[in-house]
Design a protein around this ligand. Structure first.
Ligand code: FES
Length: 200
C-alpha cells in the first residue's frame, strides 16, 4: 500500500520545477495540516467514516503526522471498532493528491480516555481485514483471525497464516474547545514477516 502511495505521489507531482519551500512556508504547511484535520472531522456528519488527511511530504514511507480522525465521543463505548477511510486532500508545491485514498484504520474505544487503532491491512499478504460483529477481525483472503485487541486468534484450531498481530498505530488524545480529538499516526508496515517494520 505504501509503495502505491509513493507511486501516486510520483505520478501526480506537478510537472514543473517546484520552488523549494522556505522554512516559514513549511511551518505554514504543517500548521495548515493540523487545521484542516480538525476542521475536516468537525464538518463530517455523524457516522461518516471518511476524513481528510494531509501528509507531510518531508516524512518518509508515507508516514503522516498525528492526524485528527474523530472526536472521542464519536466512538462507541462498547469497544466495537469503527472503520475510517483516510483520504489525502492536498494540492501544493510538492504533491497533488486530492481525493486519493491512502489507507484505512480501525479505531476502538478501550476506556473512558483510551483508544486503540489498527491498520486494516492484513500482515500476511496485504488484504483488508474485516470487523466481525463481536469486535474481532477476520481476513477474508486466507482466514487469518484476530481478537478485538488485534492479536492473532488461534482458538479456531486452524492455521493462521498471518505472521504477526494486526499492526497497531500510535494514538493521542487532544483537548480542544470542540471536545477530545483522537489523533492517529497512520503508517504501513511490511507484509509477510513476523517483525513489524515500517514500509518505506
Ligand atoms: S492476506 Fe490476510 S490471511 Fe492472507
Amino acid at each position: 500500500v505504501t509503495s502505491r502511495l509513493v507511486v501516486l505521489f510520483g505520478e501526480e507531482r506537478i510537472p514543473m520545477e517546484p520552488t523549494p519551500p522556505t522554512e516559514p512556508q513549511r511551518r505554514d504547511f504543517l500548521k495548515g495540516a493540523a487545521t484542516v484535520g480538525i476542521g475536516g472531522l468537525l464538518a463530517l456528519p455523524p457516522g461518516v467514516a471518511a476524513l481528510q488527511v494531509v501528509l507531510d511530504p518531508l516524512q518518509r514511507g508515507g508516514e503522516s503526522s498525528l492526524i485528527a480522525v474523530t472526536l472521542l465521543d464519536g466512538l462507541p463505548a462498547d469497544g466495537l471498532p469503527r472503520r475510517f477511510t483516510l483520504v489525502c486532500d492536498r494540492v501544493d508545491a510538492w504533491n497533488r493528491c486530492a481525493g486519493v485514498p491512502i489507507g484505512a484504520i480501525f479505531l476502538r474505544r478501550t476506556g473512558p480516555r483510551a483508544v486503540q487503532a489498527f491498520n486494516v491491512v492484513c500482515p500476511h499478504l496485504g488484504c483488508s481485514v474485516e470487523a466481525l460483529p463481536d469486535g474481532a477481525f477476520l481476513c477474508p483472503c486466507h482466514n487469518s483471525r484476530f481478537d478485538a485487541q488485534g492479536r492473532i486468534d488461534r482458538s479456531g484450531g486452524g492455521a493462521v497464516p498471518s505472521p504477526r498481530d494486526l499492526d497497531a498505530l500510535e494514538t493521542a488524545l487532544e483537548e480542544t474547545p470542540e471536545g477530545t480529538v483522537v489523533r492517529v499516526r497512520f503508517q504501513n508496515f511490511r507484509a509477510g514477516i513476523p517483525e513489524k517494520i515500517p514500509d518505506s
